[in-house]
Design a protein around this ligand. Structure first.
Ligand code: SF4
Length: 95
């Protein structure tokens, strides 16, 4: 299982989650990305990130709300193909 960052992070990028993650698996590129991404291969499911998010954007992949489930795939995709992941974000949440 992994934790996933969903739609409310877009335009927020608060980064409290980055500060508490014990394995540094939450990433983004400053000035390019519209949200943060969790690396599912590195996440240890500790749950530390979820309560510190001010916009309630973080869920386990099993608990992603309806309409947000695509972010499980999008977060994983970012670590393989950043441009493809960004395009998916823009499709779901147009600029
Ligand atoms: Fe990092 Fe833990 Fe959140 Fe996974 S659940 S992204 S390891 S803080």
């Amino acid at each position: 299982m992994t934790y996933v960052i969903s739609d409310p992070c877009i335009g927020t990028i608060d980064k409290s989650c980055v500060e508490v993650c014990p394995v540094d698996c939450i990433h983004f590129e400053e000035g390019v990305d519209r949200k943060l991404y969790i690396d599912p291969d590195q996440c240890i499911d500790c749950g530390a990130c979820e309560p510190v998010c001010p916009v309630t954007a973080i869920f386990t992949e099993d608990d992603e709300p309806d309409g947000q489930k695509e972010y499980t795939e999008i977060d994983a995709l970012w670590f393989k193909d950043k441009d493809a992941a960004r395009a998916r974000v823009n499709e779901l949440n147009p600029v």
